[in-house]
Design a protein around this ligand. Structure first.
Ligand code: NAP
Length: 285
């Protein structure tokens, strides 16, 4: 039976580190603050916002909610982002996306200062992921995968890592982060040939596809560590990953469950970025 890599264990350890960092900052009169910018009231945004507020509260980070109506104009939205850029009491800004269709996401992304981009959406943050420079922050889900591997002591250096999915939020950044840790990385996508063979050969397999149970026994082999990033709803309305859990559990060395795996860690990673942003802002220029 595979070992379960539980997100809550990673989160507990990470939260302790964030709390002590936040306490050190507060002792120096730096009070980490996250602004959450929400347009409209989509149920999934509201639920993410509630969990963010709870998580930040638990580690001593203040949250400043900024709500704009569904019919906000582009100019008003960009104006709000500019105000948050200039607000020296705010260290990180999370913009709920996707934005309503009448708004230009690209302009909003380009307006946000990279130093406040704790969710890794700006070009500056992505450049940081690629160059390894301390520019902005990696996308939180990609970093959550690395946190899980680190927490459970899974060696990355020299290992064959296969990432299925090449999105800008997960597949590409997590591949670069693994490469930065000296893994040999193969990136796969919908046009990859012999996907099952490539996946079977991996020491570490990361699935970020968005298709329930897509990765099955034929993609898996003994000794692997499998990180399942997928969040899908199956035909019975049940939350499920990209990996067929029963197949993985019977075959591989270790696997993250869905729910209870990567998703659980993402919010804590975001909180850790806010603490880091507050620290960087407090350093002499
Ligand atoms: P995405 O932008 O839709 O990207 C999916 C990727 O999977 C694409 O690169 C696509 O390849 C690839 N793909 C699709 N079908 C494939 C196939 N048959 N064989 C091989 N590759 C295939 O999705 P995403 O935003 O990266 O999200 C991926 C999953 O992670 C989703 O289930 C999402 O809900 C979940 N997610 C989880 C968290 C979390 O906190 N755990 C956060 C965000 C997202 P092409 O590029 O060739 O089309």
């Amino acid at each position: 039976m595979a070992k379960l890599l539980m997100g809550k264990e990673v989160t507990a350890a990470l939260n302790e580190r964030i709390k002590s960092r936040v306490n050190e900052l507060k002792a120096k009169n730096v009070f980490p603050k996250l602004a959450v910018l929400r347009v409209g009231a989509r149920e999934d945004d509201l639920s993410y916002e509630r969990s963010l507020i709870k998580r930040c509260d638990a580690v001593g980070i203040e949250v400043k909610p900024v709500f704009l109506p569904e019919d906000v104009t582009q100019a008003e939205l960009v104006g709000s982002v500019r105000e948050l850029n200039e607000d020296i009491t705010v260290h990180g800004v999370l913009i709920f996306r996707p934005l309503p269709k009448h708004l230009d996401d690209e302009e909003v992304r380009k307006t946000l200062h990279t130093r406040k981009d704790i969710d890794g959406i700006t070009d500056g943050s992505l450049a940081g992921v690629y160059s390894g420079a301390n520019l902005g922050y990696p996308p939180c889900t990609a970093e959550a995968c690395i946190e899980i591997l680190n927490h459970y002591g899974v060696e990355i250096e020299g290992k064959k890592c296969v990432v299925v999915g090449r999105s800008l939020v997960i597949g590409k950044p997590v591949s670069m982060m693994l490469l930065g840790k000296n893994a040999t990385v193969t990136m796969c996508h919908s046009r990859t040939r012999d996907l099952a063979g490539i996946c079977r050969d991996a020491d570490i397999l990361i699935a970020a596809i968005g298709k329930a149970g897509f990765i099955k026994a034929e993609h898996l082999s003994r000794g692997q560590t499998v990180i399942d990033v997928g969040i899908n709803v199956d035909e019975n309305g049940k939350l499920t990953g990209d990996v067929k859990f029963d197949d993985a559990e019977n075959l591989v060395e270790a696997v993250t469950p869905v729910p209870g795996g990567v998703g659980t860690v993402t919010t804590s990673v975001l909180a850790s970025h806010v603490a880091e942003a507050a620290f960087r802002a407090s350093m002499p220029k």
